[in-house]
Ligand binder design. Structure first.
Ligand SMILES: [Zn+2]
Ligand SMILES: [Zn+2]
Length: 166
C-alpha cells in the first residue's frame, strides 16, 4: 500500500510549490515546472543546475585570465627593464619590446593550456602595459614617450599572439 501511495504521489515544483509537475531535472533530479525547466541538448535541466554549470566554466576562465594578466604584466616589467638597460640604443627597442611582449604572451598561452577567452588578447595587452608602466614609475619615477611607445609595441605583440592560430 505504501508503494502504491508513492506511485500516485503528486509532485510539485521545487520553486513553485503550488504547481504540480512530473518533470525532473536531469542533473539534480528535483521536480520542476515548465517555467523552471531549461531545455538543453541532453534533456531538461533546472535553472540552478544551468547556472552552476556556467559558474564553474566562468571560474576556470577567470583563473586563466588572471594568469594571462600576471604573466603579461611581468613581461611588461621586463620590457621596461630591457629598455633601461639598452638606454642609449633606443632603436633596439623596436626589436626587443615586441620580442618580450610576444614571448610573455607565449608563456601565458602555454600555462593556460592554450585556452583563450574572448578577452584574452585585450588582457594580455593590458597586462603588458600595466606591468611596464608600473615598473617604469617604480624604477625611474616617470614615463618617457619612448618607453610608452615601446610598451605599446610590446602590448600589440602580446595581443597578436593571442589572435593568431587557434
Ligand atoms: Zn537541477
Ligand atoms: Zn517552477
Amino acid at each position: 500500500m505504501s508503494e502504491n501511495a508513492l506511485e500516485n504521489e503528486i509532485h510539485y515544483c521545487a520553486l513553485h510549490p503550488e504547481r504540480d509537475t512530473e518533470l525532473r531535472c536531469n542533473r539534480c533530479e528535483r521536480y520542476m515546472c515548465v517555467d523552471c525547466a531549461v531545455r538543453t541538448p541532453v534533456g531538461y535541466t533546472c535553472r540552478e543546475c544551468v547556472r552552476g554549470h556556467e559558474d564553474r566554466f566562468f571560474e576556470g576562465t577567470v583563473i586563466d585570465y588572471g594568469l594571462v594578466v600576471a604573466i603579461c604584466a611581468a613581461g611588461g616589467a621586463l620590457t621596461t627593464l630591457a629598455l633601461l638597460l639598452i638606454g642609449g640604443f633606443l632603436i633596439l627597442g623596436f626589436i626587443v619590446a615586441p620580442a618580450i611582449g610576444g614571448a610573455a604572451a607565449q608563456v601565458a598561452l602555454q600555462l593556460t593550456g592554450r585556452r583563450r577567452g574572448r578577452y584574452s588578447g585585450y588582457l594580455a595587452a593590458g597586462g603588458v602595459l600595466a606591468g611596464g608602466i608600473a615598473s617604469a614609475l617604480l624604477l625611474v619615477g616617470g614615463l618617457g614617450i619612448f618607453t610608452l611607445l615601446y610598451l605599446a609595441l610590446a602590448a600589440s605583440a602580446a595581443y597578436a599572439r593571442f589572435k593568431v592560430s587557434i
